[in-house]
Each structure stands twice: as C-alpha cells, then as structure tokens.
Design a protein around this ligand. Structure first.
Ligand code: NDP
Length: 476
C-alpha cells in the first residue's frame, strides 16, 4: 500500500512531523540522507503507525501515492536546493514538494517559480512549535497554489494543533508568502521574548527579586490577559533549580544566540519601509548581549552606582505588566503592518484574521491575545493599524501612564529596556499629527536641494539657501 505522504529529513523536526502524521492515521514514507536516522525512527517509534522507510530517494518516492506530497525538513539554505535537485528526476508531473523548514521567503519565491516551470508543485510551509509542536500539532503556514494546497489540506489540517475545533493551519497565499508569514511570526517571537527579559531585568536589578519570586509573578500574569506559552514557560524556566540547589537561570550565560529569522524580519521591514522598531530592537539586543567580553570591559570603565533595591509594591508589579502589555500590542501592530504592506507589495492576499487564528495554538507565540487580533481583523473594518482597533486602543490608553513610569524608572536606574522604550516612542510618534520632520526636510533641501512641501500651498518647493534665499516652486 502506498504512503499518503513522504517526509524527507529526519532530524528533530522531520522525525516528529513524520510521527505526528503516522499517529493521525496516515501512511508515512520516510527518508534521511544518512540512513541511521531512519533506522532510529523506525526502531524507536515504528509501532506508532504505518511507516515506510527507504534507503534510497528512488525507493522513497516510489512508495508514495500520486500526486505525491513530500515534506522536506532539512537544514535551511543550500541543503533545500540540493534535496530538490535530487528529488526532481524521480518525480512526476503534479507532485508536490513541501518545504517545512525555516527558509528565507525569497528563496521560496525562487523555488516556487523554478518548480512550476518543471510542472511540479511547490509549497513553502512555515512550521512553528519546535520539537513538541511538530509531534503534538504545530501551527502551519503553507504558501503555494491553492490547488496544491487542496491536495495536502486533509493531511496538514489533521496534523496541525487544534483550537476550539479549528486547525492551526490555513492556506496563506502564493509564492513564498507562507515562509514570509512564518518569518514575521518569528520576529514577533523575538519581540515577545525581549519584552519578557526586560521585565525580568527590572524585577531582578531594580527590585532585587530572586528568580523564584519572579517566577511567581509571571505565573500570576499567565492567568490574565498576558496568558501565553512564552509567559508560561518563563515561569517554568525561572523556577528551575539545578544540581547545586540554586536557580538554573542564574548560571546560564547571558549571551543570546540567533539563527536568522529575526534578522530577516528586520531586513524585510527596512526593504518595505516599515517602522518595525520593537522586533528590530529585539534583534539588536541579542547582538549586544553576544558581546559579553566587551560588556564586561566597558562596565569596568563606566561602573554603575548601586541600585537601591527594595521589593516592588503590587502597583509597581502591575505597572511592569502594563508596560509589557502595551509594548506587546505595539510589536504585534508593527508585525501585522508588515504583513499588510508585504501583501500589497508582493501581490499576496494575506488574510490577517486567518493568520491570527492559526497562531492561537501550536506555535511559540500562541496566546489568548491572538483571539483579540482575530476579532479585530475579522470585524470587517479591514486592515489598518492594530492600535486603532477598539480593544487595543483601550488597552494602550489604560496602560499608558504605567508604561511611561516604567520606562522612566529604567532610564533613571540605567537599565536598558530597548523594546519597552522603542515601543513607547513608536506610539508617541504615531499619535502626533505634526512631528519634527519639517526641520529634517528643510535640512535636506539646504544641502541637497531635495525640495519640500508646504502646509499652506500645494506643490514642491526649493529655497535657494546659499544664493539669494528666494523660494522657487519646482513642481505642482
Ligand atoms: P536541522 O536544521 O538540524 O537539519 C538537519 C537535517 O537536514 C538532517 O536530516 C540532515 O540530514 C539534513 N540535511 C542537511 N544537509 C543536507 C543535504 N545537503 N542533503 C540532505 N539532507 C541534508 O534539523 P531540524 O529538524 O532542527 O530543522 C529542520 C528545519 O526546520 C530547519 O529549516 C529549521 O530551521 C526548521 N525548524 C526548526 C525548528 C526547531 O525547533 N528545531 C522549529 C521550526 C522550524 P543528515 O542526517 O543526513 O545529516
């Protein structure tokens, strides 16, 4: 009997996705470049379902029912191209290669058109949820043609996490849109995590709380509007005690690593001209954290005065929660703006309500909050900035005073809170009908004759700054 789907690449993610499909009753063909991984999977988990292991690509492809859906789950970058080239000679018209890795969306665009020319089909599918999600049900963001998606829909919607009876998987759009949406998801994840670490830093450094006490605060927050996977695991990480009997977190090196999706999100924002400040600050904060030796040397040169530590009052804890929540709203508003602008720019029909729906479960940013975003974008008011949607506008207005107080406190104490502060600056910048860029335009016209518009009359103007100082109209 032929398998319903193939999985190529059986490291952590591929093996778990294959097991997921098998557990849901699908026949799963499996293959890995080094056969040891295939053997391990079958030896350990072969009894979980109908697996068909193969040791050659030819046998692997031949064991799948046509038109064949093949998920490739290999290291992003060149390995994906290598695997595609290896598969092509064995495939038949209409077969579908599904790249489930964290590929750069522009690579996916390229592969989509390349395979379409070869009469094959390609789906770039963002998969979020890590190891556990891949096994128990991830959030999946497939992009490609609708017809290709229709072929895999009965399988992937069963493999995905389910929330209120709805699968966390929906058709995203054409070309690399699925990987684009996954990329922005990861960018938002960067911002969420940075905001959490800034709150932690304030509790630890300004208020002198120990990890278990901070864990209690996050556990409490997880009962309210901040309820989310990341807040939940923050409490778990802070609570963990190692062999020495001390909090593990206090012994973990404070150098953040990154694999690139946050950086790509920030780069895309620059390309699209979007003020994606929260996510980008989160990427920069990781980069700064990675300079550990330099930080130690600089601290010696610019020593801190001691912060007078005292336990926070309930109101002070709430203020940090408010600052985190308002900053989080800004980060999501920026991320969703990026999706809207990309949709316009690249001609994709991204449905923001559906995207927030499939992020409610399975993925790393899953949160109660996403129900609100789903409501905002499903309410028929169209797109637009999330901050202007009633629920979020009310939340930000309610949090505003605390948000300012917390950023002020951090600045006064010399504790960096780049994501809190840049989110606040974005909010303050956005809610000003008249900002200071009039001066900027004046400067640009002075040194580069770049012209400016006027409030009092239409057209473009240039002042002859270094000649007679007269103004000329340069266009209507
Ligand atoms: P890795 O990214 O560590 O990749 C290892 C797999 O790639 C192995 O199966 C390896 O085969 C295969 N591989 C590498 N190069 C080649 C090649 N040239 N030809 C054939 N196979 C090759 O595995 P992960 O499971 O961690 O991740 C897979 C993908 O999923 C990545 O794109 C990752 O970014 C993404 N992802 C990962 C998440 C995670 O939590 N880990 C979460 C979401 C997405 P071999 O065993 O023969 O070396």
């Amino acid at each position: 009997e032929l398998a319903d789907i193939g999985v190529l690449g059986l490291a952590v993610m591929g093996a778990n996705l294959a097991r997921n499909a098998a557990r849901k009753g699908f026949g799963v063909a499996v293959y890995n470049r080094h056969g040891g991984r295939t053997d391990d999977l079958i030896n350990e988990f072969g009894s979980e379902g109908r697996f068909t292991p193969s040791k050659t690509i030819a046998d692997f492809v031949a064991s799948i029912a046509r038109p064949r859906p093949i998920i490739i789950m290999v290291k992003a970058g060149k390995p994906v191209d290598d695997v595609i080239e290896e598969l092509i000679p064995h495939l038949d018209e209409g077969d579908i290669i599904i790249d489930g890795g964290n590929s750069l969306f522009t690579d996916t665009n390229r592969r989509f058109h390349y395979l379409t020319e070869k009469k094959l089909r390609f789906i770039g599918m963002g998969v979020s949820g890590g190891e556990e999600g891949a096994l128990e049900g991830p959030s999946m963001m497939p992009g490609g043609t609708r017809e290709a998606y229709a072929r895999i829909e009965p399988i992937v919607t069963k493999m995905a996490a389910q929330v209120d009876g709805e699968p966390c998987c929906t058709y995203i759009g054409t070309e690399g849109s699925g990987h684009f949406v996954k990329m922005v998801h990861n960018g938002i994840e960067y911002a969420d995590m940075q905001l959490i670490t800034e709150a932690y830093d304030l509790f630890k450094t300004v208020y002198g709380l120990e990890a278990p006490a901070i864990a209690d605060i996050f556990a409490d927050w997880n009962e309210g509007e901040l309820n989310s996977y990341l807040i939940e695991i923050t409490a778990a990480v802070l609570r963990k005690v190692d062999d020495t009997g001390k909090p593990l977190v206090d012994s973990i090196v404070d150098e953040a690593e990154q694999k690139g999706t946050g950086r790509w999100t920030a780069q895309s924002a620059l390309d699209l001209g979007i003020p994606l400040t929260s996510i980008t600050e989160a990427v920069f904060a990781r980069a700064l954290s990675a300079r550990r030796t330099e930080r130690a040397a600089v601290e010696a040169r610019f020593p801190h005065g001691d912060v007078a530590k005292r336990a926070p009052s309930a109101a002070e804890i709430d203020a940090i929660k408010d600052a985190l929540y308002a900053s989080k709203i800004v980060a999501y508003a920026q991320g969703f703006e990026q999706l809207q602008v990309a949709a316009q720019q690249y001609g994709w029909e991204l449905k923001l309500g559906e995207i927030s729906t499939i992020w409610r479960g399975g993925c790393i940013i899953r949160a109660r909050f996403l129900n609100r975003i789903r409501e905002a974008y499903a309410s028929g008011t169209g797109g637009g900035n999330l901050l202007l949607q009633d629920y979020f506008a009310d939340a930000v207005i309610k949090a505003e005073a605390s948000w300012r107080k917390v950023v002020g406190l951090a600045v006064a104490e010399g504790i960096p809170v780049p994501a809190f502060a840049s989110s606040l600056a974005y909010y303050d910048g956005l809610r000003r009908a008249r900002g200071p860029a009039n001066l900027l335009q004046g400067l640009r016209d002075y040194f580069g004759a770049h012209t400016y518009g006027r409030l009092d009359k239409p057209g473009k103007f240039h002042t002859r700054w270094s000649q007679d100082g007269s103004e000329v109209k340069t266009s209507d």
